[in-house]
Write a protein that binds this ligand. Structure first.
Ligand code: NAP
Length: 412
């Protein structure tokens, strides 16, 4: 986990950091400076710029060198020049369509929206100022006008509409995704991309609403960037430029496969499914052992989300531990020196190790289920039903009705 100072530094333009390097204040020294200012020890080599050429940086992330692109290399004038002959046909106006589309428009690029006429998205696009016949069209008309087709339909709809969309993706167009889902799992989705066009990906690591709000704050979201097929020899450059144009601050190079595996795995795990499961398990035990709903909620969700998790986000796990009492720490901190096979030792080990050892097999099952396409099939089956919105709403109601979240409402 990166420290707060390194996270903050990564969100700063790297060129600005590079300037500091020139000024003989190294990135590590900068980390060191702010870390020691907080009274916490410096972890050496947290993140180091190894190599910088224009538009491409190699950064050492805890011993692993990775390629990162940054917004600073694509100022607005350069974007306008680069895309001056392009029409960006953005298909779909859900969370990503909204965020990416408005950012492209505010950047001055020639962007049009393609959605089903008179669907929910059509109305939302109109509310956001897109004008029917000018820059708002139905899907087919938008594709026919576009040189770069940005497929931001729901993943299930990408599969459903592919037979109609594929023939329109003629030579010289570029196909853009924000998720590797459709082409990677083509045996299930049937999205077999034409072989004579560039196929690229920019996947923001967050909701489209955040893509928009960070852009409006003058910041940029972290995104993955990847090339599935490079016919022109310019696919990567185009992907990076588009990534910046839709509102990314930093773009981390990956592949379509890695993006979709890590994304489906992460959201089912720590980001959403895993954390909800853990909240429920902890809450239920507290309630079964006689604690009141408010006490169970405060000790499970409220303290986590309002106090401790923001500390992890701001400055790392060690910072969160350091901010807690010695009593809390001893017992929570993972003691990796104790093996998982010796039950006696485990009983005296700190609890983080025990949770890790218990949960790791579940995470391995989850990764298998993502990689073998089970999760994709589940998603396609559910989300392609005509009444998927109603069914999803029923599930949300069941969650809202759980005691933990009803108690939460009262607590808040
Ligand atoms: N949301 C995120 O946090 C996030 C983050 C990164 C990447 N992504 C990726 O970005 C892409 C778009 O996701 P999203 O969350 O923005 O959108 P979404 O909510 O999944 O999809 C909404 C869009 O799909 C359209 N749609 C659904 N069924 C359709 C059909 N049968 N025919 C035509 N249009 C149909 C909807 O139009 P109507 O209103 O007319 O139904 C709407 O415009 C996906 O590949 C997703 O994996 C999402």
């Amino acid at each position: 986990m990166a420290s707060r100072s390194s996270v903050r530094l990564l969100r700063e333009p790297l060129s600005r950091q590079w300037l500091s390097l020139v000024q003989r204040r190294t990135f590590v020294a900068a980390v060191s400076k702010s870390r020691t200012a907080t009274g916490l020890p410096l972890r050496p080599g947290v993140s180091t710029i190894l190599n910088q050429t224009r538009g491409l940086k190699q950064i050492d992330f805890a011993g692993h060198k990775e390629t990162v692109f940054e917004r600073e290399d694509w100022p607005r004038q350069k974007l306008l020049e680069y895309f001056k002959n392009d029409t960006l046909a953005l298909i779909g106006y859900g969370s990503q369509g909204h965020g990416q589309g408005l950012n492209l428009r505010d950047n001055g690029l020639n962007v049009i929206i393609g959605v089903r006429k008179n669907g929910a998205s059509w109305k939302e696009a109109q509310n956001d100022g897109w004008i029917p016949g000018t820059n708002l069209f139905d899907v087919d008309e938008a594709i026919s006008k576009g040189t770069i087709v940005m497929n931001l339909l729901s993943d299930a709809a990408q599969s459903e509409t592919w037979p109609a969309i594929k023939p329109q993706l003629t030579k010289d167009k570029t196909l853009y995704f924000s998720h590797g889902f459709s082409p990677v799992f083509k045996d299930l989705t049937k999205v077999d991309v034409p072989t004579d066009i560039d196929v690229i990906l920019v996947a923001p690591k967050g909701s489209g609403r955040t893509v928009r709000s960070l852009y409006k704050e003058g910041r940029g979201i972290n995104s993955s960037v990847a090339v599935f097929q490079d016919v022109t020899g310019k696919a990567e450059e185009k992907a990076v430029a588009l990534g910046v144009a839709v509102g990314s601050g930093y773009l981390y190079k990956t592949t379509f496969e890695k993006e979709v595996y890590s994304d489906l795995y992460g959201e089912r795990g720590c980001l959403m499914g895993g954390i909800h499961g853990m909240f429920l398990a902890q809450y239920e035990v507290l309630r079964e052992r006689g604690h009141s709903p408010s006490e169970a909620f405060n000790e499970t969700v409220e303290e986590a989300t309002q106090s401790l998790y923001p500390l992890i986000g701001a400055n790392g796990m060690d910072w969160m531990y350091a901010a807690c009492s010695t009593t809390a720490r001893r017992g929570a901190i993972g003691n990796t020196s104790l093996g998982s096979c010796c039950s006696k030792l485990i009983m005296t080990a700190d609890w983080s190790s025990r949770f890790k050892d218990t949960l790791k097999p579940v995470f391995n099952d989850l990764y298998d289920s993502v990689k073998d396409g089970t999760e994709t099939q589940r998603s396609l089956d559910f989300n392609s039903q005509s009444d998927y919105r109603e069914k999803y709403e029923q599930e949300m109601q069941q969650i809202r009705d759980l005691e933990i979240w009803r108690a939460g409402k009262a607590v808040r």
